[in-house]
Structures are given as C-alpha cells and as structure tokens.
Design a protein. Structure first.
Length: 197
C-alpha cells in the first residue's frame, strides 16, 4: 500500500473502536466521534465478519455490497485503500484522520487511540476483545447505570482492575459524546500523526 511506500511515508491519526460483543453501540460511538468532529473530514471503516451483502440501512440485501465473504473483504479493503490513496495523492500536508470499528485490527497495529465499548448486560465476550481490552485508552460503558458500581464491576468477565486503571465514561444511547472522550479525541487530532497504515 502507498502508506508504506518508503519514498513517501505517510503517518495517520487512527482511532479504533472495539467492544466485547455485537450490538452494544460500537458503530454508534464511531458516528458520535465523527459527528462531534465533523471538520476533521474522517475516513471511516468497519471490519466485521457479519453482515456481508447486507445493507446497513435496512438490514436486507440491496446489492450495495457483495454477497460472498472473501469478495466482500476484498471489496471493503479496496474501498478503504482507495480512500487512503486519494488522501495521499491530494498532496495535502495533513492526512485525514481514520476511524475504524474493529478489535482484530489491533493485532496488526497500535492506533493513536483505542476505545473499547463494554455492556455488562451482554454475556457474550469475543476472544478478540478479551485480548485487546487491556490496550484500551478508555472504556465506554453501555447499558443501565445501575450495572456499573463505582468501585469496580460486578461483571466477572471484565478484569476488576480495568475500571480502576483505565479512564471510563458511561454513555447511553442517543447521548452526546461525553466530554472526557471529546478531550481524548481532540488531543489525538491535535497531536502528531504516528500510525503507519
């Protein structure tokens, strides 16, 4: 990829949003970050094993995405690479920030910022999340506020020290981006780009 070309090295500001299971508001958090920082002109993506060939708008196959899984991955990868390449070719001094929903991406790079979404009301816990959770720069807690004790989680699948060691915020569905997260993202956007893609 051009971003790794030794003749024109490109460094990016990259946020990765992950979480322990499906349907806990990871995509919503990506949308909240983009909405809170619209002038940043984000490049956004989602890496998932579910939903290939299914439209995110209505949940049905509408022909906007390939049906075959391998094809879909290649197609999505091509779209993300094309967006990154267009940004590089535009010759701007500042590359657009990238935000991607994925736990698995953390196996391949260290993002500028990793936000992990956690909902103690959901039992499922992805292996990719279990491996990545301790790398989170901040936790975003979903679900009802009574499930989050102030001195640590009652939820046994979340390591007890995690809430003590990591900054965390509670954000309900439809609530604006909490101020501590806004500040983390703002610092990342104002700081040096450091991620090779």
């Amino acid at each position: 990829m051009a971003g790794n070309d030794k003749k024109s090295p490109s460094r990016w500001r990259l946020i990765v949003v992950g979480g322990h299971t499906r349907s806990i508001g990871k995509t919503q958090l990506v949308c909240d970050v983009i909405s809170a920082f619209r002038p940043a002109n984000w490049i956004a993506g989602k890496i998932t094993q579910y939903g290939h060939g299914v439209c995110a708008q209505n949940g049905e196959n509408c022909g906007c995405a390939p049906d075959e899984h391998v094809c879909a991955i290649n197609w999505e990868t091509q779209l993300l690479r094309a967006a990154l390449q267009q940004t590089i070719e535009a010759g701007t001094t500042e590359l657009r920030p990238v935000i991607v929903e994925s736990n698995s991406l953390l196996q391949f790079l260290k993002p500028s910022l990793y936000l992990a979404v956690v909902d103690p009301g959901k039992e499922d816990f992805k292996d990719s999340a279990r491996v990545a959770l301790d790398r989170a720069d901040a936790l975003v807690l979903r679900g009802s506020s009574h499930t989050f004790p102030s001195r640590g989680p009652a939820w046994v699948k979340l390591p007890p020290q995690l809430l003590r060691e990591r900054p965390w915020v509670s954000q309900g569905e439809g609530e604006p981006l909490p101020e501590p997260l806004r500040l983390l993202v703002q610092r990342m956007l104002e700081g040096p780009a450091s991620v090779w893609i």
